[in-house]
Design a protein around this ligand. Structure first.
Ligand code: FES
Length: 106
């Protein structure tokens, strides 16, 4: 099962198993990690699951849909590595991916 590392808002790093087919958001919520609020439960409508994806990992996930891109555009601190973690579906290729969770999610 792929392991994903979350760099938490307080600087700690947590590495957890995330089953293939689940999202980076699911991995955080199911392990009670702080920082990803996920108010809408993964519906791509709240933007409280914002993360920064490492450059090396950007291509491992599908391109953002219009809904996601529109939400991210208005997020505080957004950059070209910003994604909504509920839209990042984990595959075997994602083993070792690292995401940074900003302190602005909620
Ligand atoms: S959980 Fe609401 S947009 Fe991702």
């Amino acid at each position: 099962m792929p392991q994903i590392t979350y760099v938490l808002p307080d600087g700690r790093e947590e590495t957890v198993d995330v089953p293939v087919g689940q999202s980076v958001m699911d991995g955080s919520v199911r392990n009670n990690l702080p920082g990803i609020v996920a108010e809408c439960g993964g519906g791509c409508s709240c933007a409280t699951c914002h993360v920064f994806v490492d450059d090396a990992a950007v291509g491992l996930f599908d391109e953002p849909m219009t809904e996601e891109a529109d939400l991210v555009e208005f997020l505080e601190g957004a950059c070209d590595r910003s994604r909504l973690s509920c839209q990042l579906i984990v595959s075997e290729a994602c083993a070792g991916v690292r995401v940074v969770v900003p302190a602005t999610n909620g």
